[in-house]
Design a protein around this ligand. Structure first.
Ligand code: ZN
Length: 372
């Protein structure tokens, strides 16, 4: 339907998005385990107990495989959908969430071997770890963000749900993301069979920090600030944590858990203590939840303005220059396959062939001719 309004700068006109899909049962088992344990995560969340939900309500989640993208989901598509958007419906009745695994798998396959990680990661260790776990861990991050993060916590009685005004969506995305980051490293996830090993989460931590501190800047024009809510949220989390690590190191006279350093004359993110990062994430989750639960506009505004908006021009220029040499596109789109039925002598369908023989331009011209 005409639901999502994020494509309209005024946020008023809804886009029609369509897709044909079927359920990915193996991956759905993972989101079901997470959803079934929603109350455990809520009860153990490192936030003031007054801000926790006594009873977590209906989050249904599944993983799907898309066969055809249509409307405003084509050629660029969401990787997950979480509805409804209205907070009051979510609070009273719950929400429904789908993740699209074959799309994220395609992104990650397209990215492997393109030289990006080799250019920006600190060392061979991070590159190898990313090869093994990054795609999977990224999906777990999305599941935790969508199935649990947004639905966790509660407002104190009498707090206006719109108290955070223009900073509301950035702070809400940051809260869901930091919830996911904090729990990604929890031994409970290995126990539940959601995470393959106790250190797989490190691939997600590194990727998120590198992206928030440096590499997402490839989408920003020189001289501009960060404006988009998801990008602000990632910068907020990463730069707050960088600051926290520096202060901690200074107070205790030790190496910071995370820093941006020059290696071979180029900036790179160095993480030396992942467990410590997790404790900082727990602190930030506590603070973001407090800001939401109390409707503390001023504290929220300061967090976003201090960490989520401004861009270091020197770092930005260097990242853009290095990115340019890789010759990659900052956004990607998809070409739909064609499906052809195979029939037997009686005209019964016995199989469906998936054909990838068409380029993007040919496909657009065929759609225009056949369906306009
Ligand atoms: Zn979100």
């Amino acid at each position: 339907g005409f639901i999502e309004s994020y494509n309209d700068p005024l946020g008023l006109r809804g886009s029609w998005e369509g897709l044909v899909n079927f359920k990915d049962s193996a991956n759905t088992a993972r989101t079901e385990v997470i959803s079934e344990n929603a109350q455990w995560f809520e009860d153990h969340s490192p936030v003031d107990p007054r801000f926790r939900k006594a009873e977590v309500k209906g989050v249904t989640a599944k993983v799907i495989t898309v066969g055809i993208l249509a409307g405003d989901s084509y050629p660029a598509t969401p990787i997950g959908i979480n509805l409804p958007n209205s907070n009051w419906i979510r609070a009273q009745h719950g929400s429904k969430s789908v993740s699209i695994d074959n799309i994220t798998a395609a992104y990650s396959a397209a990215a492997s071997g393109n030289g990006f990680n080799e250019e920006f990661m600190w060392s061979e260790a991070e590159i190898e770890h990313a090869k093994k776990y990054a795609h999977y861990v990224d999906n777990v991050h999305t599941d935790l963000h969508e199935c649990l993060g947004h639905g966790s916590g509660q407002l104190l009685p009498g707090v206006d749900p719109d108290a955070l005004k223009a900073y509301g969506s950035t702070l809400e995305e940051a809260r869901a993301d930091i919830f996911a980051l904090y729990y990604m490293a929890d031994p409970k996830l290995v126990e539940l069979g959601v995470m393959p090993t106790a250190d797989a989460y490190k691939a997600g931590y590194y990727q998120q920090m590198m992206n928030g501190l440096m590499t997402q800047l490839v989408r920003i024009v020189p001289g501009e600030n960060i404006e988009e809510a998801h990008m602000r949220n990632r910068a907020l989390i990463a730069y707050w944590t960088l600051d926290r690590a520096a202060a901690d190191a200074k107070a205790n006279n030790c190496e910071p858990a995370m820093s941006i350093e020059k290696k071979d004359g180029k900036f790179a993110v160095k993480v030396s203590d992942y467990e410590k990062l997790r404790t900082y994430f727990g602190e930030l989750l506590g603070e973001l939840q407090r800001i939401k639960s109390e409707g503390d506009y001023e504290a929220g505004r300061q967090l976003v303005e201090k960490y989520g908006v401004k861009v270091d021009p020197e770092l930005h220029a260097e990242v853009l220059k290095r990115y340019e040499t890789l010759n990659l596109a900052p956004y990607k789109g998809f070409v739909n396959p064609r499906y052809e039925t195979v029939t037997d002598a009686n005209g019964e369908i016995t199989d469906v062939k998936v054909i990838y023989g068409e380029g993007y331009v040919d496909q657009m011209l065929r759609y225009s001719q056949d369906y306009s």
